[in-house]
Design a protein around this ligand. Structure first.
Ligand code: AP5
Ligand code: MG
Length: 226
């Protein structure tokens, strides 16, 4: 199961990757999460990418490609992976083809209006990266604390309205050639992500099964969906 999740900011890439990871025990690889961890640890890479992320701009291709290439060579990714937020440019899509043959590229389609509302309520656990929302399920059970490790949830600095607008502009400028690239290779699956997580997840799962991409048995049955 080598899946790529793409879509606008707030489409639900991280949310569905997290559910798939827990249910099927396949690693979730998010370029955004990798960069945020590097920034938090104040590494050399973190210092380079910080200014791009803070402004809602794309990190240069050569940096992202090297990071993903290294990550996909780790032993846990050999059985499969859920790649979240990569590729974001045609250059990255072509580079990915040279690294690995992915099975499917899922485009989570969301309207800007729905996504902006979601991002304004998003909260993240700084310890385990779980994603919550104060307006929608999954809401944290205890006020602004992670259900799993009790850590105080944080708001992502790039979820400020001005940065969100920039991220959208960048997304709409770059996504069309990528969608076309994968449509031509017949790997593209489009899923309407405007509804609730409880409604969208079974549709996503069924689409993966129908296309014979999801052939694994769940490793965990009682995974929280929404
Ligand atoms: P990244 O972290 O990937 O951010 P993004 O693409 O802007 O996407 P988001 O994480 O905001 O959205 P998501 O789709 O994951 O939504 P989520 O599931 O959290 O990248 C950050 C930055 O890093 C970029 O701006 C760039 O600078 C850099 N970068 C990363 N990758 C790069 C690359 N390849 N090349 C260059 N630069 C790169 O959901 C959002 C909220 O909605 C949550 O609160 C969730 O609970 C809620 N929600 C989700 N689905 C539903 C639903 N169906 N119903 C109700 N609520 C829902
Ligand atoms: Mg995300």
């Amino acid at each position: 199961m080598k899946i790529v999740l793409i879509g606008a900011p707030g489409a639900g890439k991280g949310t569905y990757a997290q559910i798939l990871r827990e249910k099927y025990c396949i690693p979730h690889i998010s370029t955004g999460d990798i960069f945020r961890e590097e920034i938090a640890r104040d590494t050399e890479l973190g210092r380079v990418v910080k200014s791009y992320i803070e402004r809602g701009l794309l990190v240069p291709d050569e940096i992202v490609i090297e990071v993903v290439s290294k990550r996909l060579k780790q032993p846990d990714a050999l059985r499969g992976f859920i790649l979240d937020g990569f590729p974001r440019t045609l250059e990255q899509a072509k580079a990915l083809d040279k690294i690995v043959d992915v099975d499917a590229v899922v485009h989570l389609v969301v309207s800007e209006e729905v996504a902006v509302r979601r991002l304004s309520g998003r909260r993240i656990c700084p310890v385990c990266n779980r994603v919550y929302n104060i307006y929608y399920e999954p809401k944290p059970r205890e006020d602004e604390k992670c259900d799993y490790d009790g850590a105080q949830l944080i708001k992502r600095p790039d979820d400020e309205p001005e940065v969100v607008r920039n991220r959208y502009r960048v997304f709409y400028e770059t996504f069309k050639p990528i969608i076309e690239y994968y449509r031509v290779s017949s790997k593209l699956i489009e899923v309407d992500s405007n509804k609730s997580i409880k409604e969208v997840f079974p549709v996503l799962e069924e689409a993966l099964r129908r296309n014979k991409i999801l052939q694994l048995q769940p490793c965990k049955e009682d995974v929280r969906v929404g």
